[in-house]
Design a protein around this ligand. Sequence first.
Ligand code: PMP
Length: 362
Amino acid sequence: MTPVFNFSAGPAVLPKEVLLEVQNEVLDWHGSGMSVMEMSHRGREFMQIAAEAEEDLRAILGIPANYKVLFLQGGATTQFAMVPMNLLRGHRSIDFVDTGHWSKLAMKEARKYAQAVNVVASSEDRNYSYVPAQETWKRDPEAAYLHYTSNETIGGIEFPFVPDSREIPLVCDMSSNFLSRPVDVSRFGLIYGGAQKNIGPAGLTIVIVREDLLGDVVPGTPTMFDYKIQADGDSMYNTPPTFAIYVAGLVFKWMQRQGGLKAIEQRNIEKAALLYETIDTSSGFYTCPVDKAFRSRMNVPFRLGDERLDEDFIKEARARNLLQLKGHRAMGGMRASIYNAMPLEGVKALTTFMQDFARHRA
Ligand code: PMP
């Protein structure tokens, strides 16, 4: 069977090796006679699966001991509310960097809890094609925290730096570039992200939070939304997304076999470079709307010079088993998501197709 390459933005491609492991173990996990799906989350087997997943994630990212790792549900969208509920801690306002669709949604939700949302900088003036220079940010020194979106999944913009939040906590929505490169966790107050891009199936949301920020929620915060309660209960205050945690654990082990984050980052750089080079050397047949310095290694949006060819492009790509290339409805054009599990071979198949398509249609 010719391999299929899935460029979906999420839920997204998972490592074949991991899917085969799941297949092997789906009826009988390690001689237990049960599927992980059927196990009590409080049983010895599942407790071991969850503890190992956390341990491996801590090792991969180098998470310091004074940070809690939470395995939650509700997606990153729920974090848009949970973060202010837990981290406002009596402050009036929150600082936000506005780099596009997802930072806008995070701000919209935060406005329900904070008296003020201070947009320190926005790249809306140039259609979200860049990250505003840090020197220009208009910070509120009294803000509860500074929030940014390290990778805008729709716009295809990625921060090439970690902002300096000075004396206040730094909070990051890392949904779409989590575990794609090394990160110094100690620079952050909180990191969150949905699993369905680089980590595993949808339904699991990971939060990494510095311990001293826990325990002072806004009145009326639901029990499930209180990080302290989740941390004290080892993310098992109620039934956690057991199967998704199990698959994420297998992905963490796969990442370790790949050589860890440095090695994975190198591969991601190589894949993204090949795709952007194909776009940039197409004499305008393809264009990418993002400034070069801020182009995402994970989500590559591009347009065809003649958008009347869009439909043919998608159709012919599909015939070559290159799937899910249609751009987000807000952007139009195309988008190729090339997360950790997308092999270089997949990007090569795509760029070869793009060159062939351009040659025949130019
Ligand atoms: N933030 C970013 C950067 C995302 O890409 C997404 C989902 N594509 C979300 C937040 C929302 O995530 P979820 O669907 O898990 O709520």
